[in-house]
Ligand binder design. Structure first.
Ligand SMILES: Nc1ncnc2c1ncn2[C@@H]1O[C@H](COP(=O)(O)OP(=O)(O)OP(=O)(O)O)[C@@H](O)[C@H]1O
Ligand SMILES: [Mg+2]
Length: 244
């Protein structure tokens, strides 16, 4: 097993709040790693630090063993990493299809130079929309979609990025069981393809169903880690949740 992503004594503070507090964790290649913890325990802050949306105050982040000093979101393609947001971020005024096409053409700027939306790009985008059950909606504006469909379109955009590492920040929040099942299956398929996944999630049934490894944070610190079934019965973990 290989560490693809690693933090050592990582620190991020906001005023007096230690959002991430001397956190050292390892993310194994090809696994689904769950990231859980009470509200405000620093999960999103960690995702922000790993994906360059926020700069750490101390400690280090390693990608494949090499330290990544300054992290910026536009370097993510180089580091082969994609993240999602707790708040949906789509281009509402663009069609569902175009929301996917912009990513595919950005990824292949050379091809896009000759033919912005080549048949090849469009068929790739349509394949992705079929995977997330939005093919029928491809000509609708993203803004017209239901909440669940917007979440699915976000997952489609992740598929279009096609990076080795994917960080999901609560992709299941507020969804009906039917759509949860759908996204669970997509995440399982991503793992089959060899992707490395970090999943922030509050629902422990989903964690048990999907994750190979679990990291529990509390007040910015590492509270416990290991196999989900084992970690979720540890006293410190139960207490952290009961105290919420
Ligand atoms: N931009 C910011 N400015 C000030 N404080 C922040 C900022 N971002 C996060 N915090 C604080 O850092 C702590 C960790 O927040 P974070 O959003 O990382 O928690 P979380 O584990 O993702 O919580 P949730 O489960 O509610 O999404 C909280 O106390 C939060 O108020
Ligand atoms: Mg969060």
């Amino acid at each position: 097993m290989k560490n693809i992503l690693e933090t050592k004594e990582l620190i991020k503070s906001f005023g007096g709040v230690h959002a991430v507090d001397h956190l050292s964790v390892n993310i194994q290649e090809g696994q689904i790693t769950g990231l859980v913890g009470p509200n405000g325990s620093g999960k999103t802050t960690l995702i922000n630090l790993l994906s360059g949306f926020s700069l750490h105050d101390g400690g280090s982040v390693f990608f494949g063993g090499a330290e990544r000093k300054k992290i910026t979101p536009w370097e993510n393609q180089i580091y082969n990493i994609t993240r999602t947001f707790q708040q949906i971020k789509l281009f509402d005024q663009m069609s569902v299809l175009d929301n996917i096409l912009v990513i595919i053409t950005e990824r292949n700027p050379f091809l896009a130079l000759f033919e912005r939306h080549s048949k090849y790009h469009i068929s790739q985008a349509e394949d992705i929309l079929k995977q997330v059950d939005l093919f029928e909606k491809r000509f609708h504006n993203a803004g017209e979609l239901s909440y669940g469909q917007k979440k699915l379109l976000e997952i489609g955009r992740v598929l279009a990025m096609d990076t080795k590492i994917i960080l999901f920040d609560e992709p299941f929040a507020g969804l009906f069981p039917e759509i949860i099942k759908k996204i669970e299956n997509i995440i399982k398929a991503l793992k089959q393809e060899g992707k490395t996944i970090v999943l922030v999630e509050h629902n422990m049934n989903i964690i048990r169903n999907l994750c190979d490894h679990l990291i529990v944070m509390d007040a910015g610190k590492l509270l416990a880690e290991g196999h989900p079934e084992k970690v979720l019965t540890e006293r410190v973990v139960l207490e952290a949740y009961l105290g919420e």
